[in-house]
Ligand binder design. Sequence first.
Ligand SMILES: C[S@@+](CC[C@H](N)C(=O)[O-])C[C@H]1O[C@@H](n2cnc3c(N)ncnc32)[C@H](O)[C@@H]1O
Length: 301
Amino acid sequence: MGRTSKDKRDVYYRLAKENGWRARSAFKLLQLDKEFQLFQGVTRAVDLCAAPGSWSQVLSQKIGGQGSGHVVAVDLQAMAPLPGVVQIQGDITQLSTAKEIIQHFKGCPADLVVCDGAPDVTGLHDVDEYMQAQLLLAALNIATHVLKPGGCFVAKIFRGRDVTLLYSQLRVFFSSVLCAKPRSSRNSSIDPDFNQLDGPTRIIVPFVTCGDLSSYDSDRSYPLDLEGGSEYKYTPPTQPPISPPYQEACTLKKKGQLAKEIRPQDCPISRVDTFPQPLVTPQRHSLLAPEMEDNEMSCSP
Ligand SMILES: C[S@@+](CC[C@H](N)C(=O)[O-])C[C@H]1O[C@@H](n2cnc3c(N)ncnc32)[C@H](O)[C@@H]1O
């Protein structure tokens, strides 16, 4: 696969590089802001699960005039520095990280808390949804300590089976909860079977799509020479991750030592039947990590 193929498949990925954003997610926050004026009056913001930092870039541009320390970015992963953004490397589900964030503003509350947290997806939907929900709840917990009354909390949510439970938990703290889908976020992750609670526990929250209908559709492929745009020229990623968790997998892949998936059709039946041990699940995490979607991984075979 050539290095331009992802530019064709994912127009927001390509536009992010061309516009100097570290990840395509920047467009999601910008489209949300267009709809909800998220940054109006905001002087202090917390960006949870921030790496590689495109939301922090947006925040620092929108409220950066306030000076250094008004945007705090937190992630498990180390992140390349950004002007005006204070970084905390830590796990948002840990009390120590939560305390560090809370102490940062020295009692001055934040106006906005955002969280784009996503676990390393396993492909097992229930597990992935559960993990993502835990990130959201950890972020909510932090938000309840740092956010000013009337402040705004924006978080990624997987609309899985238990989404209504999350909505109810959010409604405990916020008078208004709504679900928004920016045009730059892909449809692929939507579970059509969501919202299975019923009775008094069922909460319906307004659903809003944002981003101009004439803007690019994140689920479509576009030709490299975009209509009305200038001639296509490949742009490398703005800021490759500085210490990604899949680094070791990249090194193994380069050396041809990465475990390969054994598909049943590739094995003669008699051999499969005689395996004394169950087949070990191959290590696929490096091929599924969502960060790879956003940050071109530079490990060619
Ligand atoms: C989709 S990326 C965020 C992209 C980011 N908003 C941007 O615009 O560049 C999800 C991030 O969640 C982080 N993450 C996952 N679990 C975390 C945890 N428990 N604590 C802190 N960060 C976490 C990952 O390290 C990853 O960088």
